[in-house]
Write a protein that binds this ligand. Structure first.
Ligand code: ADP
Length: 268
């Protein structure tokens, strides 16, 4: 069974504002798993960036419980957190320049991140986002879209167990967005938990799970592929997603334990 990479319960985050504290997150329950792309959508100001910062272990929530590989994040030392961020967490800031080293060339960015993660560059990282020709260029001389592609390529080195990106396709034309989304998919296929905040229909389309935030509250979760998430309550009751109910018109179901998972079939 795969364990959740991150699980948050009742996450609350507050910021000081002139009118008093703003609740950027107001009790968010969230689970982040590997092998998938999770998109967080919602209007501007709904708390997406805040949730990403908490999940990337860059900000501590004001309250609530966050677990990383089943360990309470609040119990991790500053050194442990720093090590996790360096080795296991790729971060693409909303302004890509904020996640790049201004004094390093494109090739240097990749080498730097690889070094921090204890890896050697494969030499294909820039090609994946069609930036091979800009290997010797510095971020300051690149367009916004090129910086964004570079920031994603650097964050994806490894790939890391967790890859978090704030609006990673916002500045990109369709062709570049497709390159970035293909790279993110390849990270997920290699086991990464990829989490995006996005308004972009192209990125939402590419996600396996879509979480919607409104005023700091997660309102709905839906999955875009064949898989759906359901919860088992304390009594062992499973509530199936509504669209699956027609399979079981009289409410009876045959439950079979099969090689580490459970199958549900209508009675024959
Ligand atoms: P989104 O990414 O969905 O636009 P944010 O997470 O950036 O939303 O913001 C959520 C709320 O928290 C907003 O009301 C915003 O003004 C406030 N906020 C976010 N970051 C800060 C901060 N560093 N200081 C004060 N208020 C903040």
């Amino acid at each position: 069974m795969t364990t959740d990479l991150l699980s948050g319960r009742e996450l609350l985050q507050l910021y000081a504002a002139p009118t008093g504290p703003t609740q950027a997150l107001r009790g968010v329950d969230v689970v982040v798993r590997g092998d998938r792309i999770t998109a967080i959508t919602g209007p501007s100001g709904s708390g997406k960036s805040t949730l990403l910062a908490v999940l990337a272990l860059r900000e501590r929530p004001a309250s609530g419980e966050l677990r990383h590989r089943d360990r309470l994040v609040s119990g991790l030392s500053r050194r442990e957190l720093q090590r996790l961020r360096r080795r296991e967490i790729g971060w693409v800031a909303q302004r890509p320049a904020h996640s790049l080293f201004p004094q390093l060339t494109a090739r240097g960015q990749i080498a730097q991140v690889a070094g921090l993660r204890g890896l050697s560059p494969t030499g294909t990282e820039l090609a994946a986002v069609e930036l091979t020709d800009l290997g010797d260029a510095y971020p300051g001389t690149m367009s916004g879209g090129e910086q964004q592609r570079l920031a994603v390529a650097a964050a994806a080195v490894g790939p890391p167990a967790l890859l978090i990106a704030d609006e990673p396709t916002a500045e990109l034309d369709d062709e570049s967005a497709a390159l970035v989304l293909r790279l993110l998919r390849s990270c997920a296929d290699q086991g990464s938990a990829v989490v995006l905040a996005t308004h972009d229909a192209r990125a939402i389309e590419a996600a396996d799970t879509v979480l919607r935030l409104r005023h700091g509250v997660l309102s709905t979760e839906h999955e875009t592929g064949r898989e759906r998430t359901a919860t088992i309550d304390g009594q062992g009751r499973l509530q199936l997603p509504e669209e699956m109910l027609p399979l079981f018109p009289d409410g009876r179901v045959v439950v079979t334990l099969a090689d580490g998972h459970v199958e549900l079939h209508p009675p024959s």
